[in-house]
Write a protein that binds this ligand. Structure first.
Ligand code: ZN
Length: 224
């Protein structure tokens, strides 16, 4: 029997399944070959250990546990990745907010400075006030839709004193009013008031003027 034949007969030998002739040859080879003796001994150890493995549930459960461990590790790695992403989120949001705020700041302070009141003078000295709602012989006074630093040159004959100025719809009483004291400047009774027209829509209105506690006098007005 060769070493190779010995090796291939080991299983049968250990299971007591070798024919007598083969078993005799096996024993002969074993007696004379230390390599095969060692090999047989290792196989015996393996077989002795095998039932122990089968009987130790903990040992058998190693692979599933290993799976669990690996799965857990993978899960933790993914959570870490997510939390890292989540950790960046506030910085990203803060970054966007800074860009927006910087843009707003630039918009308000640099590119488009907030416009101050617009200085406008209305000359009523030559104006004909409206009577009723018919066609006026003169084109309407035009005012920009803005905060106005308004100078009103009062009609001839108007006395210096306290006046109110307002903007009225075509039918109705003034919705925007301002009060001031008219003074005589270069022989013209002149009233200076601040009037905010930014809340009004563009269109046709009436400019209303009156000495305080008198009736309104109206002039056709157009807000551009
Ligand atoms: Zn041998």
């Amino acid at each position: 029997m060769t070493c190779k034949e010995f090796a291939s007969s080991i299983t049968g030998y250990l299971e007591n399944a070798l024919p007598p002739r083969q078993r005799a040859d096996f024993d002969d080879h074993r007696a004379g070959c230390t390599n095969c003796q060692t090999y047989l001994e290792q196989m015996n150890q393996l077989i002795r250990a095998a039932p122990a493995l089968r009987q130790e549930p903990d040992e058998i459960r190693v692979p599933p546990r290993l799976y669990d461990l690996l799965a857990e590790k993978r899960r933790r790695a993914s959570i870490q990745r997510q939390s890292r992403r989540r950790a960046y989120q506030p910085f990203v949001i803060a970054g966007i907010a800074i860009v927006i705020l910087a843009g707003l700041w630039l918009y308000r302070t640099h590119k488009f400075p907030k416009p101050g009141p617009v200085a406008v003078t209305i000359d009523l000295t030559q104006r004909v006030r409206t009577r009723g709602f018919g066609q006026s012989p003169q084109p309407p006074i035009e005012l920009p839709r803005a905060k106005l630093n308004l100078t009103v040159e009062m009609p001839i004959g108007a006395l210096p004193g306290k006046y109110e100025v307002g903007v009225a719809p075509e039918h109705g009483s003034p919705s925007v009013t301002a009060a001031g004291t008219a003074a005589l400047i270069n022989q013209v009774t002149t009233l200076r008031v601040m009037l905010d027209l930014t809340k009004l829509r563009r269109g046709s209105y009436r400019l209303a003027v009156r000495p305080v506690s008198w009736d309104w006098v109206y002039y056709p007005l157009r807000i551009k």
